[in-house]
Design a protein around this ligand. Structure first.
Ligand SMILES: Nc1ncnc2c1ncn2[C@@H]1O[C@H](COP(=O)(O)OP(=O)(O)O)[C@@H](O)[C@H]1O
Ligand SMILES: [Mg+2]
Length: 228
């Protein structure tokens, strides 16, 4: 990679203390991802994918190690500043889509811009643009329940991208979709990452989705077993 990484993890570890004992969900993980790069983190259920994405996205803090977004060390930031950073610079996509059922597709996509108090004209333009990009230009007025699973996840993707984040973090984004729809959504993610130059980390346990990755890392019991 020639340019400096958008996101970098250095020896990140996270231990959960439970009644049954300590769970080493992530151990000594180092990785980086650059602009326009799609990194897939693959691993079976329980291997630590969600924990890792939460650490990378500043939703959780590591017990040791550091996460850097550009030249900002997330560990050095107070909670409030971290929240603002997440709003502006990170886009999240979830397995369960996470759409608000009473809002239309366009209103769902608009939510992050409202939180950031973006003016109405800019909001309208950005929402229309990003719905077009995910192929839902004609569906903005529909509620989530009026859309297919694949369309709902494209709304989720549009919402994640509407703030023009530096990095997209997706946790099993195709986990609720049939395999053909999953492949189409993964194709769309790859195309958007490459076209818009956003860095992306996608966690999945679906081996069929590896084909579109620029790089695949494999997690096993909280440790990276393959680098490259
Ligand atoms: N909040 C938590 N408290 C205790 N254990 C947790 C918590 N979150 C995750 N774990 C444990 O950490 C391990 C990794 O979980 P997770 O990151 O969800 O894996 P994956 O997303 O790959 O399925 C599992 O053993 C899980 O039970
Ligand atoms: Mg998970």
């Amino acid at each position: 990679m020639t340019s400096s990484p958008v996101l970098r993890a250095a020896s990140v570890s996270r231990v959960f203390h439970t009644q049954a004992g300590d769970v080493h969900a992530c151990t000594d993980i180092s990785l980086e991802v650059g602009a326009g790069e799609l990194l897939v983190v693959r691993g079976p259920s329980g291997s630590g994918k969600t924990t890792l994405l939460n650490l990378l996205g500043g939703l959780d803090r590591p017990d040791s190690g550091e996460v850097w977004l550009g030249d900002t060390n997330l560990g050095s930031m107070p909670e409030r500043a971290l929240g603002e950073m997440r709003q502006k610079r990170l886009g999240f996509v979830f397995q369960s889509f996470g759409l608000i059922p009473v809002l239309s597709a366009a209103e769902n996509v608009e939510v992050p811009l409202r939180i950031q108090q973006t003016d109405a004209a800019t909001r309208d333009a950005r929402v229309a643009e990003v719905l077009d990009v995910v192929g839902l230009g004609e569906h903005g007025a529909q509620r989530p329940y009026e859309l297919s699973g694949g369309q709902q996840q494209r709304v989720g993707l549009a919402r994640a991208l509407v703030s023009r984040p530096d990095i997209l973090l997706a946790d099993e984004p195709t986990g609720q979709l049939d395999s053909a729809t999953a492949a189409a959504v993964m194709d769309l993610i790859a195309d958007l990452v490459h076209a818009q130059g956003v860095a992306a980390i996608v966690a999945t346990h679906d081996p069929l989705l590896m084909a579109r990755a620029d790089r695949v890392l494999e997690l096993h019991d909280g440790r990276l077993v393959t680098a490259g």
